[in-house]
Design a protein around this ligand. Structure first.
Ligand code: UD1
Length: 343
């Protein structure tokens, strides 16, 4: 397989891990990223792991002219994995237009360019379990009706999935698979790449930074939810398991094995852990203490969500491999290492 795959947001967290898997599967990779929440040094880290440096374009997908120019000289792309988006639930509640503008304009521009693209294209879309809203049925399976999303972030993912389906109905040159991730965490087994944002709102990087005493304490958002210990429950899944699912989905599309022109799958471990479970397990596997304080609930959070992974297991033949202990240990090793990586 030597096809040319465009990865938008390819220097980001899940993007970079997926680029490694693509290169290791002998795909040619072109990355577009505006580096607003990721670092160019990730390209060197990817090269360290794979021995290959992906082609890189610093480009903002919200700039239609720039995207049009990119496609006019890149007519040999057969697959796209679209990660580029903002992803913080809490921030999206405070700055909704930032999310609607960025996450939707980028996809609209991409689809606009594809509508005049000369070749058929296969697209894997980075979606989220946030599309299910606050489900009262657990685990959530793909055939559940989507409830209203609890944050603008989740709503951008719902709208984007709907937009893709509508687009595909009338544009025969596109087929797509949406992958609905639960909570990706952890780092690559080489510990050369991991979660390395400019600014983070996610639990695990904040937790590891607290354990390393870069922060005084971790804030736990709410302990009065209707869960076993009162804190929110999520389905945490290792980022490499997620990355591998992208290769499977992409190959399914490129090899015309998909049964529908638009498909969607949950990617989770299929188990729920509370925020306190995460802190306790982290302390157990690393022997590090995490100072934490209970705060108010974070607006936009659902109380509990975990995945039914049956559809992905049965149809994609994909299953998450890594345990919570392995995920947290790799996140910790990455926290220890990342400061020593040269810019
Ligand atoms: C959401 C999406 C997930 C997506 C992710 C991207 C849902 C259910 N999940 O994850 O699919 O991949 O955004 O960012 O919408 N927490 C604290 N203190 C902190 C930070 C977080 O207690 O400082 C808690 C949150 O309240 C939450 C859990 O930790 O219960 C995980 O939070 P976070 O890592 O931000 O991810 P989600 O918002 O759950």
């Amino acid at each position: 397989m030597n096809e040319k795959i465009l990865v938008t947001g390819g220097t980001g967290y899940i993007g970079s891990h997926t680029v490694v898997e693509l290169l290791e599967n002998n795909f040619q990779v072109v990355i577009i990223d505006n580096l607003i929440n990721s670092k160019e040094r990730t390209l060197s880290q990817i090269e360290k792991i794979t021995g290959k440096r992906p082609e890189f374009h610093k480009l903002d997908l919200c700039n239609l002219q720039a995207v049009t120019d990119f496609f006019s000289v890149n007519q040999d792309i057969t697959g796209i994995i679209h990660f580029a988006a903002f992803k913080a639930v809490g921030e999206s509640v405070s700055f909704p237009m930032k999310y609607y503008h960025n996450n939707l304009t980028s996809l609209i521009n991409l689809l606009f360019c594809l509508s005049t693209y000369s070749k058929p294209v296969k697209l894997v879309f980075s979606s989220s379990c946030a599309v299910y809203g606050d489900s009262d049925i657990l685990p959530v399976s793909e055939n559940l009706a989507m409830k209203s999303a609890t944050s603008p972030y989740g709503r951008t993912k719902q709208i984007a999935e709907q937009m893709l389906q509508d687009y595909i109905l009338t544009n025969t040159n596109l087929q797509a698979i949406a992958l609905r991730y639960f909570n990706p965490i952890g780092a690559h087994p080489t510990i050369e790449i991991g979660e390395d944002p400019i600014k983070t709102y996610n639990l695990i990087p904040l937790l590891t930074a607290t354990a390393l005493q870069k922060r005084n304490e971790l804030y736990v958002f709410g302990n009065d939810y209707d869960t076993a210990d009162g804190t929110c429950v999520r389905d945490y899944i290792h980022v490499v398991d997620i990355a591998k699912a992208h290769i499977i989905a992409l190959k399914r599309l490129l090899e015309n094995e998909n049964k529908n022109r638009y498909e969607y799958y949950n990617l989770g471990l299929g188990k729920g852990y509370s925020v306190l479970d995460i802190i306790n397990t982290f302390e157990k596997v690393t022997s590090k203490k995490v100072a934490y304080k209970i705060l108010e609930r974070r607006t936009g959070d659902v109380s509990a969500v975990w995945a039914s992974t049956k559809k992905a297991n049965d149809i994609l033949k994909w299953k998450a491999d890594m345990t919570l202990e392995e995920m947290l240990l790799s996140a910790w090793q990455w926290e220890l290492k990342k400061e020593h990586i040269c810019c």
